[in-house]
Ligand binder design. Structure first.
Ligand code: IVH
Length: 675
């Protein structure tokens, strides 16, 4: 069969690219693409070579396990090659693995597997002679590694002498395991490095790799490394019958084995455990990138054997990527509870760590400068657990010149106050104590039951939205996207969808609710209702003069002044326009349903002139209100007739709204009925 020209070209291109990334990853410890992207390239190349076997050459990256060892350390041949694992990404691929195993072994009952977390660190081999740790090496290209004994001796969890209480150590034992760094240790190390002006490591795996390949073991000793052992190479005078026995025996000898490893019967149980581990993943203090499934019986493993680079008896069932590449579309600012102003990257949405994200924190201005992150850059982002993703680095080689550097503004993006910065801190802060809480309160009020009535947008969510920089203006809630919400803590797809739906549905509201929702000072529900009835449109209300407003019964000079001031302010006019542009629309206000007295408590004092006290009370009750005899905190209105008593003073003190008889009659709607 002839190989099409474009296939040959693609294969050559893939090999070149993979070799380049191998070099960055293995030799320089500084990868530019995520593991997933690398896997995808390898996958494609392997597929093509499988379809066109005549294209395979000995120097293809598929014919080699890793990259050559660095020349800094003495080479160490592995007596049994340290193989790699085939990846699976879906249940289907894992089921196919199980089928292959059964077909190969010609058995059709459930196979027993061990299932083990796949540690995301660095593979090493430890050699024990007569129970003494004599040599440790990296995996290297699988056949030859590097001698890093001195460095490994500094890893506290590697025993220098095996425990032989229950079982004697063999003449020679080759142990395989993964060296890694715990997340908290990694973060502490990076903080220290940043303080010292050193470049931080991109992830715990790189930190572990960098630490192990130090020429000075004194440096390695300062790095908090750990190990989990998962297998053996050559073992003299001992035969294991199962992988499970291997793990337990290693444990008995005092080697660390991941406590989450276990055995399961049948592939379905293995798949179930994969789901459990994935759910547990964010809570682990170390990184795992999948689960290794291994045929438990060593005799079966031996019958199955290995292909060029990987055994047939095991597969790595990978988790969703925790790290990936995307592009920064813009950099916005979020203002936090403490006034800290944080730059946030708005990115092309990508799937990472199991969810679609479109925002990532950039921490602060110094960090952006240090990492040289620009608007328009391609970047590597990372999402660990359910925290908001962060930008690890920009891919400078992908720039085309259109990228723009970011500049911190001088004033707060929410309230316009001049930002301040303490010399010992990297963050800029808004010094206005009202800024963050006011916006949160404003948003909570806007979404409240008696305002826009948006379900699921209470104080907590309002805080999250403002903190994440998603909302800096009320109108911003109408451009929220699913991925925005899903990047917030405690938001699952369902709750995010529900909130978006409620925001959308409640766009159709009454004018009174909308006026009230705007949060204009001194404008409560009752006044909003009056205004809606009087003006009939937001446009007309916004044009009303102070005099015109003051003439409305029930609207005092304070309320009138506040309305005029609100609509005069340019910022408010712009917000109003954006709200209307977002599609807010009004239905007829139904007076019957929303009497301003509904649910209100009123108290009367003094003599009424146009109606009797009894009539007044009846009307209140008819309109859904309550009449109380004494003034207290729960009272909404005090209606004042002639010669009021001490209730008036008390109501004023408590800030209760005072109505004249005329205003009361306006409020009941009787004035309209009789005119
Ligand atoms: S078994 C022949 N078990 O994954 C079987 N590997 O691609 C070889 N890894 O670099 C590996 N956790 O260092 C095995 N529980 C585990 C593992 C594990 C992490 C690493 C290993 C190797 C890579 C295989």
């Amino acid at each position: 069969m002839d190989v099409p020209k474009d296939v040959t070209e693609r294969i050559l291109k893939l090999r070149k690219e993979i070799n380049y990334h191998n070099y960055l990853y293995y030799v320089l410890d500084s990868p530019e693409i995520s593991d997933e992207e690398y896997d995808a390239l390898m996958h494609e190349l392997r597929d093509l070579e499988e379809r066109y076997p005549e294209t395979v050459t000995p120097d293809s990256p598929t014919q080699r396990i890793g990259a050559p060892p660095s020349e800094k350390f003495a080479p160490v041949p592995h007596s049994i090659p340290m193989l790699s694992l085939d990846d699976a990404f879906t249940d289907q691929e894992v089921l196919e693995f199980d089928l292959r195993v059964k077909r190969f072994l010609r058995i059709n009952h459930d196979i027993e597997y061990t299932v083990e977390p796949k540690m995301d660190g660095l593979a090493v081999e430890l050699i024990y002679e007569k129970g003494m740790f004599t040599m440790g090496s990296t995996r290297g290209d699988g056949y030859t590694g590097e001698n890093i004994t001195a460095n490994l001796r500094t890893v506290r969890s590697i025993p220098l002498r095996l425990i032989e209480r229950k079982l004697k150590a063999p003449e020679r034992l080759e142990v395989r395991g993964e060296v890694f760094m715990r997340r908290a240790d990694f973060e502490a190390l990076n903080r220290k490095r940043t303080e010292q002006g050193l470049a931080p490591f991109a992830n715990p795996r790189n930190a572990a790799a960098g630490s192990l390949r130090q020429l000075d073991p004194g440096v390695t000793a300062q790095r908090p490394l750990d190990i989990f052992c998962y297998g053996v190479g050559l073992v003299s005078d001992k035969k294991f019958s199962t992988q499970w026995e291997v793990l337990n025996t290693l444990r008995q000898w005092g080697l660390r084995v991941n406590p989450l490893a276990k055995t399961v019967k049948g592939i379905k149980a293995a798949i179930d455990y994969h789901k459990k581990l994935e759910a547990k993943r964010p809570d682990l203090d170390y990184e795992i990138d999948g689960m290794v499934i291994k045929v438990n019986r060593i005799a079966l493993q031996e019958s199955l054997g290995a292909k060029a680079r990987s055994p047939r008896w095991a597969v790595a069932y990978k988790f969703e990527a925790a790290q990936t590449v995307t592009r920064i579309l813009d950099i916005l600012l979020s203002v936090g509870r403490t006034g800290a102003v944080t730059p946030v990257a708005v990115m092309e949405p990508v799937r990472v760590g199991g969810v679609v994200v479109s925002r990532a924190t950039l921490h602060n201005e110094d960090e952006i400068r240090r990492k040289d992150i620009r608007i328009g850059d391609w970047v590597i982002i990372r999402r660990a657990g359910d925290v908001i993703p962060e930008v690890i680095k920009s891919l400078k080689e992908r720039r085309n010149g259109s990228e723009r550097p970011f500049h911190m503004p001088e004033t707060c993006p929410i309230c316009g106050t001049r930002l301040v910065k303490r010399p010992e801190e990297a963050v800029w802060r808004c010094p206005n104590p009202d800024c963050f809480p006011r916006l949160v309160k404003h948003l909570t009020h806007f979404a409240g039951k008696t305002a826009m009535d948006i379900d699921g947008l209470g104080h907590k969510v309002a805080e999250q939205l403002v903190t994440a920089g998603l909302v800096r203006n009320l109108a911003d809630i109408y451009s929220l996207k699913l991925s925005d919400l899903m990047s917030l803590e405690r938001f699952a797809e369902k709750s995010a969808r529900n909130l978006l739906q409620s925001i959308e549905q409640k766009k159709h509201t009454t004018l009174a609710r909308f006026i009230y929702a705007l949060g204009i000072r001194h404008i409560g529900e009752v006044t909003a209702q009056l205004l809606a009835e009087r003006f009939g449109s937001i446009q007309r209300l916004s044009e009303a003069s102070r005099r015109e407003l003051e003439q409305i019964p029930g609207i005092g000079p304070e309320a009138a002044g506040s309305i005029v001031a609100f609509f005069q302010e340019e910022k408010n006019r712009r917000m109003l326009q954006r709200l209307l542009d977002a599609g807010i629309s009004f239905r007829e206000t139904t007076r019957e349903k929303t009497s301003p007295l509904d649910g209100r408590t009123l108290v009367f004092t003094g003599a009424l002139s146009s109606i009797t006290r009894k009539q007044a009370k009846d009307i209140v009750r008819e309109k859904g209100g309550r009449v109380a005899s004494t003034v207290g905190k729960r009272v909404d209105y005090l209606v004042v007739g002639e010669n009021p008593g001490s209730k008036l003073e008390k109501a004023k003190k408590l800030g209760i709204k005072i109505l004249t008889e005329r205003e009361f009659i306006e409020l009941t709607g009787m004035a309209h009925n009789s005119s």
